[in-house]
Design a protein around this ligand. Structure first.
Ligand code: ADP
Ligand code: TYD
Length: 216
């Protein structure tokens, strides 16, 4: 652990965060971007939240309904999992970025702002994640915007059970909260909104067009 050290935001490797409601196509696009970058000779580290740390595994048990908890406690667990994700000595994002590695994450703090501000004030969720904002802001956040009906259809086709946040009415609210958070933080965050209601190759080409300037 990085016991209480102060981290100044650094940028050697690029840090790309993918965001979107469940079933929006984040993992598909991360894979396609990873392949594209590899073909350009750029090797990336891909990662996700919740992580596979003990905190992340506790979160997954809550999401599947195995363990019950209060929504604010869950929001705080996600903030803790994120700090672990950044600061872990073995595979923490901060060390990788400092070494010059490009890191792509499937979800980062905008997920918290969107999912938890449905039940709690957004300002509280943002404050709860203040440490992560100070440590590392994404070079760019890519939001894959899909219609919640489409997202639910995709989820139903591919998953045996729906997790806590995958009910349609919830996804409609989460999408609205994402847009609200992007607007609220437009002065400090670089966000690219991508229309995700298109074939995956078209979306991938659009993402590449919009971010290739960071790499080439
Ligand atoms: P997420 O990681 O955001 O939950 P996934 O990438 O796992 O989303 O995509 C959810 C499902 O939808 C997967 O079965 C995937 O193959 C499919 N899918 C992803 N992108 C598209 C797309 N553009 N059009 C149709 N289906 C898609
Ligand atoms: P996961 O199965 O990884 O979903 P996906 O493939 O769509 O990313 O589950 C992650 C769930 O956790 C998803 O519903 C979003 C939610 N979540 C939060 O509620 N808060 C957070 O801070 C993060 C990172 C995720």
């Amino acid at each position: 652990m990085n016991n209480g050290q102060i981290h100044t935001p650094i940028e050697k490797g690029k840090f790309i965060a993918f965001e979107g409601i469940d079933g929006s196509g984040k993992s598909t696009q991360i894979q396609l971007l990873n392949d594209k970058l590899k073909s350009e000779g750029i090797y990336c580290y891909t990662t996700m939240e919740p992580t596979d740390s003990p905190i992340g595994s506790l979160i997954r048990q809550i999401l599947t309904g195995k363990i019950k908890t209060d929504n604010k406690a869950l929001a705080a667990l996600f903030a803790a999992d994120r700090l672990e994700h950044l600061l872990n000595d073995d595979n923490g994002i901060l060390t990788k970025i400092s070494d010059g590695t490009t890191v792509i994450t499937d979800r980062y703090y905008f997920s918290s702002y969107a999912y938890h501000s449905v039940d709690a004030p957004m300002d509280w969720v943002i404050t709860t994640n203040e440490q992560s904002q100070n440590i590392l802001r994404p070079t760019v956040t890519i939001f894959i915007d899909v219609d919640p009906d489409t997202a639910i259809d995709r989820i139903k086709q591919n998953r045996a059970h729906q997790e806590l946040f995958e009910k349609k009415s919830r996804l409609v609210k989460v999408r609205e909260k994402y847009l609200e958070a992007f607007e609220k933080l437009s002065d400090v965050e670089k966000v690219i909104i991508i229309n995700g209601n298109r074939p995956q190759e078209v979306i991938a080409a659009d993402i590449w067009e919009k971010i290739k300037g960071y790499f080439l």
